[in-house]
Write a protein that binds this ligand. Structure first.
Ligand code: NAI
Ligand code: CS2
Length: 499
């Protein structure tokens, strides 16, 4: 294949031609008109298919050019290398069940890689024209202890505390930030020292009370550096609104990129793929101007809680159940798994028998209907969301998605059978490491070593060994004899199904 030249790539130079092609829509706002007003940490697939789109639509609806985004990558420069040659432009390939469409997005105005660009990020966070930062750094991007506090034993956190102390002491600090939160706090320290202008930090990760979690970790970082004045300023001048975010955005494949290239007429290395559905519920807690996301369909509310808990427990827990049971049965995608009637039945059982009794629905939401729309979304055969992608990071996801439901049901004197089935399916996924056809199933998890150690040995006692991991299972769940027995019984049944 010939080398791809810049004229073959999506960029400001090729944008007009690409946007004129059938099936392509261009940016809602002129990218050249946008100044940077927002920094996003974790400029992965989801941000580009969700917040960046809402932000562009909000800017266009208001004719407001203040909301260009500086995206900050995480652990590699890959996304920066994909987008910088494209002037930050990328496209969203929206895949409905029976049709696809492409939209070029121009709200991402630059991409920084902390390994080389920390100073740019710090300077941008301190700029008075920049009002807020947002985060999608995955559930594992928030280093916490069992009790939910900042994990000061985490080497990255410890290094970032030292760097913050150097920053505050006016000393040069060596090297890049080790964690996104560390870089964020250093930037806020710079802002405090230069203007003290208020700010907002908008967490968009799949965590319960994600704003409160982020605020607690940010304050703990400043307190660990014994930065009293900064801590006081953070408490009074920076808000941390919680959000519920929803749009299924699978990892982009080369097949997706080739399909997009045929439609665009140019190569888009930064392509992201998504379903048509999107939802964003944002706590209305800002001391600063912000993009009018409600003009793009977002919901601003004083109480995000009911939306968050309904979505995490009804959608994400069901996603994980289908991921583990589906992967074990040899289904590559969520769509295949949910089309297996027995797995769809388990999904409905989890929603209706275990989850719904624990929920107070947001105003106007019929939870059973919500559950059915979720399963219909999962069944989209065009999306290609893999079971193995949803299965990753189970040690971080299950506590948020299903263990709250389990604890609530046990406290109510009920047995969450489907919650036990989900936990058991995860255990067998770890223990077997292959599907019913013998195909390997990769364990991608920050606690993979611990999990493999706990899973090693006899199948007898497997449930007890993994339930005994207090980094994952809270005491009131792990010590419940009835739950342990139910999980163990489901483990035995699944082990027989997947020899
Ligand atoms: P992605 O893999 O495309 O991007 C993840 C981003 O987080 C990357 O920038 C990566 O460098 C960074 N990151 C990963 N591990 C990290 C760590 N340990 N510490 C700091 N940064 C880290 O993933 P994607 O699809 O963008 O999803 C990211 C998050 O967005 C999810 O974990 C979830 O919380 C949320 N989300 C994702 C949805 C989806 O369907 N993909 C939908 C709803 C929410
Ligand atoms: C999925 C989520 O990968 C996963 O764990 O359950 O990313 C899911 O696609 C989103 O939360 C949907 O909004």
């Amino acid at each position: 294949m010939s080398a791809i030249t810049l004229t073959d790539r999506l960029s400001l130079a090729t944008l007009a031609a690409a946007a004129a092609r059938p099936g392509v829509s261009g940016p809602a706002a002129d990218p050249r008109s946008l100044s940077t007003g927002l920094v996003h940490f974790g400029v992965g697939a989801f941000h580009r298919a969700h917040q960046a789109v809402y932000t562009e639509d909000a800017a266009a609806a208001e004719g407001d050019t203040r909301w260009g985004i500086l995206g900050v990558t995480g652990r590699s420069a890959r996304v920066a290398d994909q987008l910088r040659p494209q002037d930050g432009l990328y496209s969203v390939l929206t895949k409905a069940a029976d049709a696809s469409s492409i939209r070029v997005i121009g709200s991402l105005r630059n991409v920084a890689y902390p390994g080389a660009d920390s100073e740019d990020v710090l300077r941008t966070l301190a700029a008075e024209s920049v009002q807020l930062a947002s985060l999608t750094i995955t559930e594992k991007g928030y280093p916490r202890t069992l009790s939910g506090g900042l994990d000061l034993e985490n080497p990255g956190v410890a290094a970032d505390v030292a760097s913050l102390q150097a920053e505050l002491g006016g000393r040069d600090f060596a090297g890049a930030a080790r964690t996104p939160l560390g870089l964020l706090v250093r930037g806020l320290a710079r802002r405090f020292a230069t203007s003290g202008a208020p700010f907002a930090v908008v967490c968009c990760d799949n965590l319960m009370s994600n704003g409160r979690v982020t605020r607690g970790l940010v304050l703990a970082l400043a307190e660990a550096a014994r930065a009293e004045a900064l801590t006081d300023w953070l408490r009074t001048s920076v808000t941390f609104p919680s959000t519920m975010v929803d749009r299924i955005v699978p990892a982009t494949t080369e097949t997706n990129r080739s399909e997009a290239e045929r439609i665009l007429g140019v190569r888009d290395e930064g392509l992201v793929v998504a379903e048509p559905f999107g939802q964003w519920v944002v706590e209305n807690s800002f001391l600063v101007p912000r993009p009018r996301w409600e003009r793009a369909g977002a919901v601003l509310t004083d109480d995000v809680g009911p939306y968050e808990v309904a979505k995490l427990r009804m959608l994400n827990a069901t996603h994980s159940l289908l991921a583990y049971l589906g992967a074990l049965r040899g289904y590559a995608t969520i769509a295949e798994a949910v089309c297996d009637e027995s797995l769809a039945g388990a999904a409905r059982g989890l929603q209706r028998e275990d989850v719904i009794p624990t929920l107070t629905p947001p105003p106007g939401l019929d939870l059973e209907e919500y559950g059915e729309t979720i399963l219909t979304r999962f069944a989209n055969p065009n999306l290609g969301h893999t079971t193995i992608q949803v299965a990753m990071d189970g040690s971080q996801k299950l506590p948020v998605r299903v263990l709250g439901t389990v604890a609530d049901r046990l406290a109510a004197g009920e047995m969450p059978h489907y919650g036990a089935l989900l936990v058991a399916a995860w255990m067998v996924f770890i223990y077997r490491g292959h599907d019913v056809n013998g195909k390997p199933l990769a364990l991608d998890d920050p606690l993979a070593v611990t999990l493999r150690e706990a899973a090693a040995g006899s199948a007898n006692g497997l449930a007890d060994r993994i339930l005994g991991l207090d980094a994952i299972f809270p005491e009131q769940v792990a010590a419940h004899d009835g739950f342990r027995r139910t999980v163990s019984s489901e483990v035995g049944r699944l082990l027989a199904e997947v020899p």
